[in-house]
Design a protein around this ligand. Structure first.
Ligand code: FAD
Length: 473
């Protein structure tokens, strides 16, 4: 195998593998160093997202939603199903099959594009070289024209709740429960906590989410977060804010959790406890002292807007750098860096990155929230449209939530779109496309939307910005 490449990528998650494929498409000789191995010692491709993140969580969310529908909502349509059951091992097997199919697919894409996979742990040396330590301890140095660091992130651990992978688990362990826990505690009511809590809640767990912050989904538009909280309450997700866990111990096969809230100290007993309090960049033993790459005050690799580090020809992308820890954000950074290495003037528009929570209904957002605009003193106008007024949402018996669109008060340029409701992710993407083209809400209002579609709620919210929504009183 050659030990000199135009581009060496460290990490094969969505930031690394996408960047590597783009670099190879541009004619650059490219290698990806990946330390994760399967039981046969071969590199496991796809990173957190494909193996223990986006994909397996969505597989379980979809399976559990179908079970929930069978049990709770199909009868509304006149469909009778007697006593539906859930076979958890079969559900996990389906999830694992999808993961295998997609991770195997990356191997195929690498082959097709001529990307070389090097199994081992990569470390960035001075002069943009990469030291690779293989699983058997063999060390080699790979010369790189440019290095792209895409080492990703790992779950944050908290001392009061040490993960034992049996009763107290992180997000990875929560994808592997072999039976439905009777009572499930979740520390952290953020994106991952809500998604994993929803999976097991739909299958029958009594779920309690303990959130240290006083505000629910503080990063989301407040109006949408409040609407979502109401919907989750109806779903019996017990979300307790201002609740800081101080201790978690396993006794007699149960997890005993102590937490503080403004009302005092409380105890809860759970069958399983998920710790989902955020993720941190994975940088341990990644950089030689003289690599020239620096970290910021929060431990992320320091980069500029084009993902260049402070070391010449060394770039970093994805969860290991600032910005939202999202697969699509990392992938676009990977593409941008590959293109810049090839001499193209690529950029990522950080103002237009969608955020999605895949609960049911979904929550999706792009652009500025109302509270951000208010605090920045930017004049704005907002329009909302409830799904209960959408014919298509009613036909589907899926009418919780609303679409909210915000535009600049003077120019009408769309500044943000926030949705909780059916297919929120796909609807927000429509508005994102409009935002990328610098559209106004009037542009959206003047477009023809198919009837009856959920997209009409986007049209009506755009009309509502200037008070012209048709289907609300
Ligand atoms: P990663 O995917 O973490 O990949 C990094 C890779 O680098 C890994 O394979 C690792 O083994 C390898 N590596 C690290 N250090 C080294 C080294 N020194 N040498 C060699 N290899 C190394 N995001 C979304 O956008 N949508 C979702 O729906 C979503 N759902 C999620 C659900 C869960 C439960 C979790 C945990 C995360 C979810 N995310 C989601 C976040 C998403 O998974 C991450 O943002 C994404 O995986 C980051 O991609 P990355 O390429 O930067 O890093």
């Amino acid at each position: 195998m050659a030990n000199s490449f135009d581009v060496v990528v460290i990490g094969s998650g969505p930031a690394g593998y996408v960047g590597a494929i783009r670099a190879a498409q541009l004619g650059l000789s490219t290698a990806v160093v990946e330390e994760w191995t399967d039981e046969k010692g071969a590199a496991t491709l796809g990173g957190t997202c494909l193996n223990v993140g986006c994909i397996p969580s969505k597989a379980l969310l979809d399976s559990s939603q179908k079970f929930h529908d069978a049990k709770e909502t199909l009868s509304v349509h006149g469909i009778g199903l007697e006593n539906p059951t859930i076979d958890v091992p079969a559900m996990l097997e389906r999830k694992n099959k999808i993961v295998g199919q997609l991770t195997g697919g990356i191997g195929g894409l690498f082959k097709h594009n001529g990307v070389t996979v090097i199994q081992g742990r990569g470390k960035v040396l001075a002069g943009a070289n990469v030291e690779v330590t293989a699983a058997d301890g063999t060390v080699t140095v790979v010369e790189a024209g440019s290095v792209i660091i895409a080492a990703g992130s790992e779950p944050v651990k908290i001392p009061p709740a040490p993960v034992d992978d049996e009763y107290i688990v992180d997000s990875t362990g929560a994808l592997e429960f072999t039976e439905v826990p009777g009572r499930l505690g979740v520390i952290g009511a953020g994106v991952i906590g809500l998604e994993l809590g929803s999976v097991w809640g739909r299958l029958g767990s009594e779920v309690v989410l303990l959130e240290a912050l006083d505000e629910f989904l503080a990063m989301m538009d407040t109006q949408i977060a409040k609407e979502a909280a109401k919907i989750f309450k109806k779903q019996h997700l017990d979300i307790r804010l201002s609740s800081r866990v101080t201790d978690a111990k396993v006794k007699d096969g149960k997890v005993h959790v102590l937490y503080d809230s403004p009302e005092g100290e409380h105890t809860e007993v759970f069958d399983k406890l998920i710790v989902s309090v955020g993720r941190r960049p994975r940088t341990v033993d990644l950089l030689a002292d003289d690599s020239g790459v620096t970290l910021d005050e929060r431990g992320f690799i320091f980069v500029n807007d084009q993902c260049a580090t402070e070391a010449p020809n060394v770039y970093a992308v994805g969860d290991v750098v600032r910005g939202p820890m999202l697969a699509h954000k990392g992938s676009e950074e990977g593409v941008m860096v590959a293109e810049r290495i090839a001499g193209k003037p690529a950029q990522v528009n950080y103002d237009c990155i969608p955020s999605i929570i895949y609960t049911h209904p979904e929550i999706a957002a792009v652009g500025r929230t109302e509270q951000e605009l208010k605090s920045d003193g930017i004049p704005y106008k907002a329009g909302t449209f409830p799904f209960v007024a959408s014919g298509r949402a009613l036909a589907a018996n899926d009418s919780d939530g609303m679409v909210k669109i915000i535009s600049h008060a003077e120019t009408d340029r769309i500044l943000g779109c926030h949705i909780v409701g059916p297919s929120a992710a796909d609807l927000a993407q429509q508005v994102l496309i409009a935002m990328e083209f610098g559209s106004s809400t009037e542009d959206l209002a003047l477009m023809v939307f198919g009837h009856p579609t959920l997209s009409e709620a986007v049209h009506e919210a755009a009309l509502a910005v200037d008070g012209h929504a048709i289907h609300v009183a």
